[in-house]
Design a protein around this ligand. Structure first.
Ligand code: FNR
Length: 381
């Protein structure tokens, strides 16, 4: 049993995955003991009173499923196409900054695990290993396994200086990333978390960092360089014009913004509240998804993240209209507990639970998931 771990040194990653790690919740419960207390809090926390963080989970738990009996499951699979590329399952690893906080191999271990399980990866601008090294690690893992390699996308945080953003995009394109994910839900980005020695924003070395301090009686946020540098719609148009890759906009929560993003050239949308970390009081991503699905009427693929922890969460998101989901914190839990095999196990658990849920619902393919699998309390007799 793990008592108060806050004062003791964290355990190292396990060499063998114990049989009692069966669900993502098991990994979460185990992970705290494997991380320094400050890093653990940083990963787990949400903004404010964590209403949004909690609601991301609670909203999934409110959705109920309906099975269809005696379905023909022969030839079943979980594959789908996104942006012209085959995905073995509709599960991607969300961009998570500074993964070396959880494991010395950080994003390298995460990318190898994803390659092994044929899962798409979205690498953060704030990765603690340079984006070029991650592309190489993913390719080497795929070669070693004799697979074609899973899709690798690059998540972009716009930099104050456009030349630096352009440089990041060019580097991602040159390294073989297949899509740019522009995160737009953090108008101003600041964190009180101090990175431990040896962990840094590896892609941004040599680029200036916008420092923000506010003093009583002085300017708080408005009128400071931080607020003035907040990205605007014209910046989305600029990113569109700057890359030839598919452009996916992450952090949309309203039908209007989704439509506007598509008008500005987005090829896909990720419905997300950033795992409840940016503004407390936002609705759960799964709750706003249906209105955005309706507004876009299939114009571009919609993905979602926030609170996805089980295979039934994934079928719920897909039945509500998502083309795929992204998983955030659980990859850190897997990394902390057991490194690359831990993340691979997390992905395997999700894929196994997804297939089991699809089979029990009577869905042989993802295309079979829809409103017919959702129980509507208002219509129930
Ligand atoms: C994030 N997220 C994030 N998003 C992004 O676009 N760029 C980033 O660098 C990060 N970094 C980051 C760090 C940590 C510690 C967390 C927990 C989250 C948000 C992430 O991509 C995703 O939207 C959420 O994590 C999804 O919610 P769940 O799966 O964690 O509940």
């Amino acid at each position: 049993m793990v008592d108060d771990v806050s004062d003791s040194a964290p355990l190292g990653p396990l060499a063998v995955i114990p049989p009692d790690l069966v669900t993502l919740a098991d990994y979460e419960a185990r992970a705290e003991a494997h991380m320094p207390a400050g890093s653990w809090r940083h990963v787990q926390e949400g903004a404010g009173r964590e209403l949004t963080l909690r609601d991301n989970r609670a909203a999934f738990d409110r959705v109920r499923l309906l099975p269809r009996a005696l379905a023909d499951l022969r030839g079943g699979h979980t594959a789908s196409d996104l942006f012209g590329r085959r995905h073995a399952a509709p599960i991607l690893l969300a961009p998570i900054a500074y993964q070396c906080l959880a494991h010395p191999e950080g994003e390298r271990a995460m990318a190898r695990a994803a390659a092994a399980l044929d899962a798409g990866v979205v690498l953060s601008t704030l990765s603690s290993v340079p984006l070029e090294e991650i592309a190489i690690a993913a390719r080497q893992a795929a070669d070693a396994l004799g697979t074609g390699g899973a899709p690798l996308w690059f998540q972009l945080y716009l930099q104050e200086d456009r030349a630096h953003s352009a440089d990041l995009i060019a580097r991602a394109e040159a390294a073989g990333y297949e899509a740019i994910v522009l995160t737009i839900d953090t108008a101003v980005k600041r964190s009180s978390f101090t990175l431990p020695a040896g962990v840094d924003a590896a892609n941004l070395r040599g680029m200036p960092k916008l420092r923000h301090t506010s003093t009583p009686g002085g300017r708080i946020l408005f009128g400071t360089p931080l607020a003035d540098a907040a990205p605007r719609w014209e910046d989305l148009a600029w990113v569109r014009a700057t890359t030839r890759l598919p452009l996916i906009v992450k952090g949309i929560l309203t039908p209007d913004d989704a439509r506007r993003a598509v008008e500005h050239g987005a090829d896909g949308i990720i419905v997300s509240n950033h795992g409840g970390r940016v503004l407390d009081g936002l609705p759960a991503a799964i709750d706003v998804l249906p209105a955005i699905v309706e507004a876009l009427a299939g114009a571009v693929p919609l993905l979602m993240d926030g609170g996805v922890r089980t295979g039934t969460d994934i079928v719920k998101a897909l039945a509500l209209g998502a083309a795929a989901v992204l998983v955030g914190r659980p990859q850190i839990h897997g990394l902390a507990v057991a490194g690359m095999p831990g993340v691979a196990h997390i992905l395997h658990i999700l894929r196994a639970e997804l297939e089991m849920a699809m089979a029990q619902l009577g869905c042989a393919t993802l295309a079979d998931l829809g409103g017919g699998q959702l129980w509507d309390a208002r219509r129930a007799g």
